[in-house]
Design a protein around this ligand. Structure first.
Ligand SMILES: [Zn+2]
Ligand SMILES: [Zn+2]
Length: 344
C-alpha cells in the first residue's frame, strides 16, 4: 500500500510502497483509513524543527494521527468491534502497566505511544491500532468529519481547562485549526464574545469569517493589546486561549487578561518565555496547560459534530488523494491552506 512515511531524522517525508499491515494481534484492529488530516505538528515533524527528536528511535514510520475510517479486520479479544464499523482513532495509546495506568490515569501514562508519531499512523490505506484507541462515530458524523475529532478534542479540552463561562469575553491566540476549534468550542460553551488573533494569515481568517467570527485581530497591523482594548471598549478579557506555538504570545495575552483570569497554553513552543512575574502575581493570573484530550472530551466532540456536521466541515479547506500528500504538506507549510484532508 502507498504510505507517507518519515524515513530519516531530517527534513521531509516520503511517499512510498509499504507492506500491508500484518493481521491484527490480540486486542488490535486494522482500520481501512478513509480520511486523514495534516496537523500543524505533522508539518513541524516534516520540517524536523526542534521538539520532534523523540520520533527518531521510531523511524521509519507512517505519519498521520488525525484519521477515521472503517474497521477492516478484528484481532482476538478485540470484540465487540466488528468489520465495517466506522471509527475515529484516538492517537494516544497507554501502556496499561505503569503507575499512572494502574491509577486509572491512562492520559498520564509514562510509556505512552502516539499513533502517527511513535508508531505507524493514518497516512496509508490501512492502520493497525489497539482496539481501545477506536471510538465509534455517530450516524450523523461521516469519516471526513471523524478525522476532525482529534484536533477538535484538543480545542474542546483547552476550553474546558479555561473554564469558559456564559457571557465571557474570550481571546483566542492563533487562527489555525486548533484556534478555529477553540473559537467554536468557546462559542458552544456560551462565550459572549470571541476574539481571534493571528498574524497576516488570510486563508485562516477567511475560514473564521465563514464560521461567523468577525472580531479578527491581525497583529501584523497593530499591537495585540491596542486592538483588543479597541474591540472591547477598554475592558480586559475573561479568558485567553493560546494556540500559536509562539512563546511571546503568552506574555502578550496576559497583558489583556483581567485580574484573576485564566490563560491556557495549548501550543507546542520551540523555546522558553520571559514572564514578568510581579505583574503576573499582582493580577493573580492563572496560567494553565492543556495537551491532548480526555476520553470524555472525545464524547463531547462527537456529540457536537453530530448536532451540526456542516458547521464543522467549513474547517476543511483542501482535499487531496494520499498520492498528493507532499503537495498537501507544502500547502500547509506555506500557510496557503488551513486544514488539508488526505484520502488514502
Ligand atoms: Zn494534531
Ligand atoms: Zn502506562
Amino acid at each position: 500500500m502507498r504510505a507517507l512515511r518519515k524515513t530519516a531524522a531530517g527534513f521531509g517525508l516520503e511517499l512510498l510502497d509499504a507492506p500491508d499491515p500484518s493481521p491484527p494481534g490480540p486486542g488490535e484492529v486494522v482500520v481501512r483509513v478513509e480520511h486523514a488530516g495534516i496537523c500543524g505538528s505533522d508539518v513541524h515533524a516534516y520540517e524536523w524543527t526542534d521538539g520532534y527528536g523523540f520520533m527518531a528511535p521510531h523511524l521509519p514510520l507512517t505519519m498521520g494521527h488525525e484519521f477515521a475510517g472503517r474497521i477492516a479486520a478484528v484481532g482476538p479479544g478485540a470484540e465487540p468491534w466488528a468489520e465495517g464499523a466506522r471509527v475515529a482513532v484516538m492517537p494516544f495509546v497507554a501502556c496499561g502497566a505503569c503507575p499512572a495506568c494502574r491509577r486509572g490515569e491512562a492520559r498520564d501514562c509514562e510509556r505512552r505511544a502516539t499513533v502517527g508519531l511513535t508508531r505507524d499512523g493514518g497516512f496509508a490505506r490501512y492502520a493497525r491500532v489497539p482496539a481501545a484507541a477506536c471510538i465509534a462515530l455517530p450516524e450523523a458524523v461521516d469519516t471526513e468529519l471523524g478525522a476532525l475529532a482529534e484536533p477538535l478534542g484538543v480545542a474542546c479540552e483547552a476550553v474546558l481547562v479555561g473554564e469558559v463561562g456564559l457571557g465571557d469575553t474570550v481571546l483566542v491566540l492563533g487562527p489555525g485549526t486548533i484556534g478555529q476549534g477553540i473559537a467554536l468550542m468557546a462559542r458552544a460553551a456560551g462565550a459572549g464574545r470571541v476574539l481571534v488573533a493571528g498574524r497576516a494569515d488570510a486563508p485562516r481568517f477567511a475560514v473564521l469569517r465563514r464560521l461567523g467570527f468577525d472580531a479578527l485581530i491581525d497583529v501584523a497591523e497593530a499591537p495585540l493589546r491596542e486592538q483588543v482594548l479597541a474591540a472591547t471598549g477598554g475592558r480586559a478579557v475573561d479568558v485567553v486561549l493560546e494556540a500559536t506555538g509562539h512563546p511571546p504570545s503568552v506574555v502578550e495575552g496576559l497583558s489583556v487578561l483581567r485580574k484573576g483570569g485564566v490563560l491556557v497554553v495549548a501550543g507546542i513552543h520551540p523555546g522558553p518565555v520571559a514572564l514578568p512575574l510581579t505583574d503576573f502575581v499582582r493580577a493573580r493570573h492563572q496560567l494553565r496547560a492543556t495537551h491532548g484530550a480526555a476520553r470524555s472530551t472525545w464524547d463531547r466532540v462527537l456529540a457536537l459534530l453530530a448536532r451540526d456536521p456542516e458547521g464543522f466541515r467549513v474547517l476543511i479547506t483542501h482535499r487531496l488523494p494520499l498520492e498528493r500528500g507532499l503537495e498537501g504538506f507544502e500547502l500547509a507549510r506555506q500557510r496557503a491552506a488551513s486544514k488539508v484532508m488526505l484520502a488514502p
